[in-house]
Design a protein around this ligand. Structure first.
Ligand code: SF4
Length: 369
C-alpha cells in the first residue's frame, strides 16, 4: 500500500494568537522561548504572517523604538581563501566572478569608512577573507582601526578576520576595536555539511576569546542552506548561549561556482518568520538584516524593519547591495529613522554590560537572562 506523506502540522488560529502572546511576554522579560514555541513560530501559516510581525515588532519597539542602525562593510582583503565554506564566493577553488585583492592600506580603508559615516553609518565592519590573521595582519588592522578612530572617534569599529590565535583579540581591543564578528552560520549538527576545513567549535572558541578580551561579540547565521526548522532553532539558541550584542541574519546569496550556487529555498515569508524568531530569542540585542535581503525578501523588505533594528548599508563583501539612497528612502517610507551616532543602540542594562566587559569586569547580564 502506498503511504501518503503528511504535510507538517500548522497551528490553528487561536493557538497562533496564544503562542504570540506567550512569546511576546517572555521576550519583554528577556526570557528565552521554549524550543517547541520556537518551532511552532516557524510553522505558522502565511495567513498569520502579519500577526507574527506585529507581535515581534512590539518587542523590537520596546527596546529599540523605530530607530534603524546603519552598518557599513569595508572588505580589506577579498578572495583566495584556503577554507572551503560551501556558501562563500571566496572559498578555495571558487569559480565565482568576484574581485580578488590583497590587503588594502589603512588610509584607504579609513577613507571608505569616512564616506560611510557621512552617509549615516554608525558602525564600520572591517572584514578580511582567510582562515584567520597572522600577527602582521592584526597589526595592519590595528593601524586601520587607529586611522578610522583618528578621523571619527565615536564611530564603532567591528573587526571580522576569521579564527583568532592566542593574544590577537587582546591586541585588537588594545588598538581600539569595539567588537569582533564571527558567525556560527548554522546548527552544530549541520556544520560539517557547509564546511570541512574548520569546525563549529573553532568558531565558538574565537567568539569566546574575543568576548574575554573585552570586545563586544557579534555573531549570526546564514539561512537558505538546506537547514530544517530544528536547525534554525538550534543555531539561534547556540548563539544566545554566547550572549552576543549583535546578531547578523543572512540569507544565502547563491553564487554560481560555489557548491550552494543553485539553492533557492527561501520565500519572503520564511525569511520574515526567521527574523521574528530571532527578535524573540534576542529581544534586547541588535538584530541586523544582512546579506541576501534584497534577493530573498524582495518587495517585503520594509516589513523586516519591524523585526531587525539594523541593516548593512550599500554593498556586501562580494556582491552589490541596494544603493545607500534607496535604503535610506525605504527606512523613511516605512516610518523609521536612522539612528544617530549620539544615540545608544542597546538598551541600558546591556550597554552597561558592554562597558563593564570592556573594562575587564562582569560578564553576566544583571537579571532575567
Ligand atoms: S567564509 Fe571566510 S573562512 Fe570561509 S571561505 Fe569565506 S572567506 Fe574563507
Amino acid at each position: 500500500m502506498k503511504t501518503m506523506t503528511q504535510p507538517p502540522a500548522t497551528p490553528a488560529r487561536d493557538d497562533v494568537a496564544d503562542l504570540l502572546s506567550a512569546l511576546t511576554a517572555a521576550a519583554l522579560e528577556r526570557r528565552r522561548p521554549a524550543r517547541e514555541q520556537a518551532l511552532a513560530l516557524l510553522a505558522t501559516p502565511d495567513e498569520d504572517l502579519l500577526d507574527v510581525i506585529a507581535a515581534a515588532g512590539r518587542v523590537r519597539r520596546a527596546h529599540f523604538g523605530r530607530r534603524v542602525k546603519l552598518n557599513y562593510l569595508v572588505n580589506m582583503k577579498s578572495g583566495l581563501c584556503p577554507e572551503d565554506c560551501f556558501y562563500c564566493s571566496q572559498r578555495l577553488g571558487s569559480q565565482a566572478e568576484i574581485l580578488k585583492y590583497s590587503w588594502i592600506a589603512p588610509d584607504e580603508a579609513a577613507a571608505l569608512a569616512a564616506k560611510a559615516v557621512d552617509a549615516g553609518a554608525k558602525r564600520v565592519c572591517l572584514v578580511a577573507s582567510g582562515r584567520g590573521p597572522s600577527d602582521r595582519d592584526v597589526e595592519r588592522v590595528a593601524d586601520t582601526v587607529a586611522a578610522i578612530k583618528g578621523g571619527t572617534p565615536d564611530v564603532e569599529v567591528c573587526v571580522c578576520l576569521g579564527l583568532l590565535k592566542a593574544g590577537q583579540a587582546t591586541r585588537l581591543a588594545a588598538a581600539g576595536a569595539d567588537a569582533y564578528s564571527h558567525n556560527l552560520n548554522t546548527a552544530e549538527e549541520k556544520y560539517a555539511d557547509i564546511c570541512t576545513t574548520h569546525t563549529f567549535a573553532d568558531r565558538v572558541h574565537t567568539l569566546q576569546d574575543a568576548t574575554g578580551a573585552g570586545l563586544s561579540p557579534c555573531s549570526g547565521a546564514i539561512f537558505g542552506m538546506g537547514e530544517s526548522d530544528e536547525d534554525v532553532v538550534s543555531v539561534a539558541f547556540a548563539l544566545r548561549d554566547l550572549d552576543p550584542n549583535s546578531v547578523p541574519v543572512n540569507f544565502l546569496i547563491p553564487f554560481e561556482g560555489t557548491p550552494l550556487g543553485d539553492r533557492w529555498d527561501l520565500t519572503p515569508a520564511r525569511c520574515l518568520r526567521i527574523l521574528a524568531l530571532f527578535r524573540f530569542v534576542f529581544p534586547d540585542v541588535e538584530v541586523r538584516l544582512a546579506g541576501g535581503r534584497e534577493i530573498h525578501l524582495r518587495t517585503l523588505q520594509p516589513l523586516a524593519l519591524h523585526l531587525a533594528n539594523a541593516i548593512f548599508l550599500g554593498d556586501y563583501l562580494t556582491s552589490e547591495g541596494a544603493p545607500g539612497a534607496a535604503d535610506l528612502a525605504m527606512i523613511a517610507d516605512a516610518g523609521f529613522t536612522v539612528e544617530g551616532r549620539e544615540e545608544t543602540t542597546l538598551p541600558t542594562a546591556r550597554a552597561e554590560q558592554v562597558a563593564l566587559r570592556r573594562r575587564g569586569a562582569g560578564t553576566e547580564l544583571p537579571a532575567n537572562t
